[in-house]
Write a protein that binds this ligand. Structure first.
Ligand code: PRT
Ligand code: ZN
Length: 283
């Protein structure tokens, strides 16, 4: 039995639940519960505040957890990052008033910086040999300069619209973050086996998200050229069509090469191109 901690509510809750579902793990939504049990996998799920997850994992109250790297590095507990999960992406940045003069990091010398990330902010300033006053506040950090509480802030940014609407500009990025699976350091043999089972499924889900299944019709005289453009898991599948002189080609394309390849396939004579999302991909 493995105990997994996920965020009870907030930005990572939905995606964490979705990942479990995509891994075929059935749990009831526990938004109002502390704990639930998967019905088809040896997993208990705890619903906690994200800030508490590294501590619970370090203490072994939970064996593994899903939390932002920003929280993992800020809390600096004895846990290990097992896998990056690709959601909850954001960055931890320093921002100053839009009108403030800022040439380089030394503009922060002697300034007051409001943040909920005192550890990472201090570490960054020390690394850059800047001494500034850190004011730890727990919420609405972005309003601090506007009300005269600080000269700068260090906070999470995703779209940048919060900074913009508070008259702030981003000047330094301390960390790029995404949700990660963390774990403590002493798994029993059976826990390790369960973790490996879970990771096998997580990898299949992640891989599928980065790939598309492509089906297309190709005239036989262009077949070799078209096949040459397609990787496939081993090589593309080619089936004859009912219409003489044509074949159906099936393959898998990765997201980043997708648009470029589709254009080239069309130019080479491919027709009726269908692109289908892949649910799981096991290599
Ligand atoms: O209640 P609990 O303590 O569990 O939740 P929380 O309120 O501390 O965290 P929550 O749900 O806000 O965020 C959970 C995690 O989501 C964070 O630790 C990050 O790993 C990740 N994440 C991704 C973000 C953002 N993007 C994000 N944009 N967390 C917060 N923000 C906030 C940011 O603090 C700022 O206020 O959104 C605002 C900026 O967004 P933009 O789009 O305007 O730039
Ligand atoms: Zn929190």
């Amino acid at each position: 039995m493995l105990k997994l901690a996920i965020q009870k509510s907030g930005r990572l809750h939905e995606d964490s639940m979705k990942l479990l579902k995509e891994c075929g793990i059935a749990i009831s939504n526990g938004a109002n519960k502390l704990k639930t049990e998967a019905s088809n996998f040896p997993l208990h799920v705890f619903f906690l505040r994200d800030d508490d997850i590294p501590q619970y994992v370090e203490d072994g109250v939970a064996d593994i957890g899903i939390v932002g790297e920003n929280v993992v590095f800020e809390k600096n507990k004895s846990v290990r990052v097992i896998e990056q999960l690709g959601f909850g992406t954001c960055r931890l940045s320093i921002a100053v008033m839009r009108g403030a003069e800022y040439n380089n990091i030394h503009a922060l010398e002697g300034k007051r910086i409001a943040t909920s990330y005192p550890f990472l902010t201090r570490q960054f300033l020390e690394k850059n040999e800047v001494s500034a006053e850190i004011h730890e506040i727990s919420g609405s950090v972005e309003i601090a300069p506007g009300i005269g509480l600080s000269d700068a802030i260090c906070d999470l940014v995703s779209s940048g619209s919060t900074l913009l609407s508070n008259g702030l500009k981003e000047v330094e990025t301390i960390l790029y973050s995404q949700a990660v699976l963390i774990g403590h350091r002493q798994f029993s043999k059976s826990q390790q086996e369960t973790l490996e089972k879970l990771l096998f499924r997580v990898h299949a889900v992640k891989k599928a998200k980065n790939n598309k299944y492509v089906l297309l019709n190709a005239p036989n005289d262009k077949l070799q050229e078209i096949i040459g453009m397609l990787p496939g898991m081993k090589s593309p599948t080619v089936l004859p069509l009912a219409e003489e002189g044509w074949s159906s080609v099936h393959s898998v394309l990765s997201e980043d090469e997708f648009w470029d390849k589709i254009e080239r396939l069309k130019a080479a004579g491919a027709q009726g191109i269908l692109v289908v999302p892949i649910e799981k991909m096991v290599m």
